[in-house]
Design a protein around this ligand. Structure first.
Ligand code: ATP
Length: 139
């Protein structure tokens, strides 16, 4: 049987479908590290963390910020169920900068109970800022 040459990428969140597209390559922000997927990949399920997801269609690369979810990889498809997902061009950088400042202030105060939440909030804000900058520079 011939190997697939494309991947059908689906990215959905609890309230919307963001991507439904044939793509050439995907990188997922796995909880244990970034995971690159090309057509014909071995089937797997991955827990996703806070990070950048990108996918390539021919020469064009598209970027999204992702926070928590699952990814199912099959030889001819990648399905992402994400708690939070935003395309680079939809990210409000001012809001992410404000969230970063709040999280840094909470971490500096060092209130034990809030440390984990503040770390995650900081991580989300930094990823949003990074992903938004991709839209501007068109890497
Ligand atoms: P904030 O403190 O600014 O509300 P947050 O990290 O607490 O940020 P989330 O709970 O992750 O926000 O997201 C709530 C909703 O707001 C989601 O739909 C998410 O996509 C959207 N959202 C959060 N921050 C941004 C941003 N900087 N740009 C665009 N959408 C955002």
């Amino acid at each position: 049987m011939a190997l697939p040459t494309k991947l059908l990428l689906e990215i959905v969140t609890p309230d919307r479908s963001l991507v439904h597209e044939e793509v050439d390559e995907v990188q997922l922000p796995g909880a244990e590290g970034y995971l690159g997927v090309l057509p014909g990949h071995t089937p797997l399920l991955a827990t996703l963390g806070v990070g950048e997801l990108w996918y390539r269609v021919e020469q064009e690369t598209h970027y999204l910020a992702i926070a928590s979810g699952f990814g199912e990889v099959l030889p001819d498809s990648v399905t992402v169920l994400a708690q939070i997902a935003e395309r680079a061009q939809d990210i409000d950088v001012g809001r992410a900068e404000a969230a970063r400042k709040r999280a840094e202030e909470r971490l500096n105060k060092n209130v034990d109970a809030d440390i984990d939440r503040a770390r995650i909030a900081l991580m989300k804000s930094l990823i949003r800022i990074q992903v938004a900058s991709r839209a501007r520079t068109k890497v």
